[in-house]
Design a protein around this ligand. Structure first.
Ligand code: CMC
Length: 432
């Protein structure tokens, strides 16, 4: 349920007591509804980073950060990763239920149908510098889609369904084309005879001179990793997608903004920084203690990347599954990666350290995912792109949910002004 009022809380401001309704979610999470607080008391709440603030009710994803639980539409993420394809999970998030065989076949057909991007857009890639960060290219290309399909900017339901399918299909095409462009190689077009993940890996790593079949171990691992990324309720980028959508902006614009938010190193960008951190440790003789000491030092801005989370105060369930996937890929391919050894040592030492224990800092999703992407051959600066491909259905589901609730309330927080009082303009020649 979303909005059931169970009881109330009282708050006294300047001697005036108000009764504030309480809300309880379907898993028992409670909240004080302060929607009328300012009207009744003249005061607002102050909560930087929204650590204590709910901005919406949502039927999509449930997290219990204390117990390491993550469910999409009621299904445990590990259950989904073990038994579903990413396309099914995308359907689940967007439509609310898992597809049956016929729905899945139709969905896959639609995704294939829309996998090409307009050939004029292909030329865009030629004008990015070779070293352009792939997240910059991705966000720009996604918002550009709105100019190629302007009839879908009206936010009509049937247009939205088409836009959703186009986005889900084209994002991986854009990502793969941008990689080929960065190499200066010809692009490899999507194929209708391949499934979603296999198709992506084929576009990434095949070429006119290399026609190797995609390794099914890697396609399976990609499926699982994308499922781990698929949604995470009101995280930074999803909140951005909702905030932009609340201004009535179209879906492409909202998703493009979400991609930019995800790029940040404290958010999805952490996966790139994890690999760079592990490479740094290796280059400096493999000593993890120095990284741990730096992370603990208040005078050093260094943080252990891939560690800590706003919501999880126990082991991130995605990190547990990602570690399992990483080990099984290495075993199946009979490969080794010294960075995995360093990561495991770093994890063990951090978890045994009182600094990390007292602050409930555990590995998060970004700690182990990059190590598996490396086995696929995904370059380090594309790791956050992989996160974005996975997170796309979640962003879309969040945006659709916002729009399904009637006219969205525009996101517009208040502030506590701390600047100067009224001043008058002094003529320029008299200014100090
Ligand atoms: N290394 C060292 N200390 C840390 C770390 C870390 N990775 N994360 C948090 N802390 C400390 C922080 O210094 C603070 O200490 P104190 O109480 O002494 O001031 C305490 O733990 C609480 O941290 P916080 O910054 O108040 O927590 P937050 O909820 O605002 O931030 C976070 C969460 C994820 C931004 C943060 O843990 C972090 O910067 N982690 C590293 C970046 C990272 O891995 N990000 C990926 C997040 S998971 C993927 C996603 O959802 O995007």
């Amino acid at each position: 349920m979303g909005d059931k009022t169970c009881d109330s809380a009282t708050l006294t401001v300047d001697g005036h007591t108000v009764s504030l309704p309480m809300m309880t979610g379907s898993e028992g999470e409670r909240a004080v509804d302060i929607r009328h607080l300012r009207r009744e008391t003249g005061v607002i709440t102050y909560d930087p980073g929204f650590a204590n603030t709910g901005d919406c009710t949502s039927d999509i994803t449930y997290i219990d950060g204390e117990h390491g639980v993550l469910r999409y539409r009621g299904y445990d993420v590990e259950d989904l990763a073990d038994h579903c394809e990413f396309v099914e999970v995308a359907y689940l998030l967007v439509h609310g239920s898992l597809p049956n065989a016929q729905q899945k076949a139709e969905y896959s057909r639609l995704l294939n149908l829309h996998s090409l991007i307009h050939e004029d857009m292909v030329h865009f890639f030629a004008h990015y510098p070779d070293r352009a960060h792939p997240m910059a290219v991705l966000s720009a290309m996604v918002v550009s889609l709105s100019s190629f399909y302007p009839e879908l900017g009206e936010n009509r339901r049937e247009d939205i369904d088409m836009t959703v399918t186009r986005l889900l299909s084209k994002l991986r095409t854009i990502a793969a084309f941008s990689y080929k462009k960065s190499l200066g190689e010809p692009i490899v077009y999507p194929r209708h005879d391949m499934k979603y993940c296999e198709n992506f890996l084929n576009m990434m790593f095949n070429s006119p001179v290399v026609k190797d079949p995609v390794n099914p171990v890697l396609a399976d691992a990609l499926n699982q990793l994308l499922i781990l990324h698929a949604d995470h309720e009101q995280n930074c980028s999803s909140s951005v997608v909702r905030a932009v959508g609340s201004a009535d902006a179209n879906l492409y614009a909202s998703i493009s903004a979400g991609i930019c938010a995800l790029w940040g190193p404290l958010h999805g960008g952490a996966n790139q920084h994890v690999i760079e951190m592990l490479q740094d440790i290796r280059a400096n003789g493999g000593k993890v203690d120095r990284a741990i000491e730096r992370a603990k030092n208040r005078d050093d801005s260094f943080r252990l990347m891939g560690f800590g989370h706003r919501v999880y105060k126990s082991y991130d369930p995605r990190a547990r599954v990602a570690k399992k996937i990483c080990k099984s890929v290495m075993a199946a391919l009979n490969r080794q990666d010294p960075l995995l050894d360093i990561a495991q040592e770093l994890e063990a030492k951090a978890l045994a350290d009182p600094y990390f224990q007292e602050r409930n800092l555990y590995p998060n999703v970004d700690f182990y995912t990059g190590l598996t992407y490396r086995q696929m051959g995904i370059p380090t600066d594309m790791l956050t792109v992989m996160f974005a491909i996975g997170r796309l259905p979640g962003w879309i589901a969040q945006w659709l949910e916002l729009r399904s609730e009637g006219e969205p309330k525009i996101a517009r927080p208040r502030q506590i002004y701390t600047g100067p009082g009224l001043r008058t303009v002094v003529p320029i020649e008299e200014r100090p």
